[in-house]
Write a protein that binds this ligand. Sequence first.
Ligand code: FE
Length: 132
Amino acid sequence: MKKSEDEWKKILTSEEFLVLRKKGTEPPFKGKYVHQTAEGTYVCAGCGNQLFSSETKFDSGSGWPSFFVPVSNDAVLLKPDISLGMKRTEAVCACCGGHLGHVFDDGPAPTGLRYCMNSISLHFLEKKKSDP
Ligand code: FE
């Protein structure tokens, strides 16, 4: 899914544009999903691609919603990121290329990974009682 910068500006809020398209970071402990514990699925705020299940969310204490694995192997792409003088791994939506956050290797079992996400990059779809 390729869109121009102007097209994204029309679709996204200014906050979403800054994070998803300009690799911004929301302030810690301010995002709406930091303490979210309801059952459901987190999808990309840019394109709706399914990214994470609430079953893999954990409280990392970092101030950002954290997951130990994406919903599938091809949902999230990882890219080397050497911005700000740090060697990090950037996580982007595999569908629209939107910036989601970074991945660190201090997460819990079974993966040992911490997908440190911006709430702004995500939309939460709560599981309904009728869902399987
Ligand atoms: Fe996306």
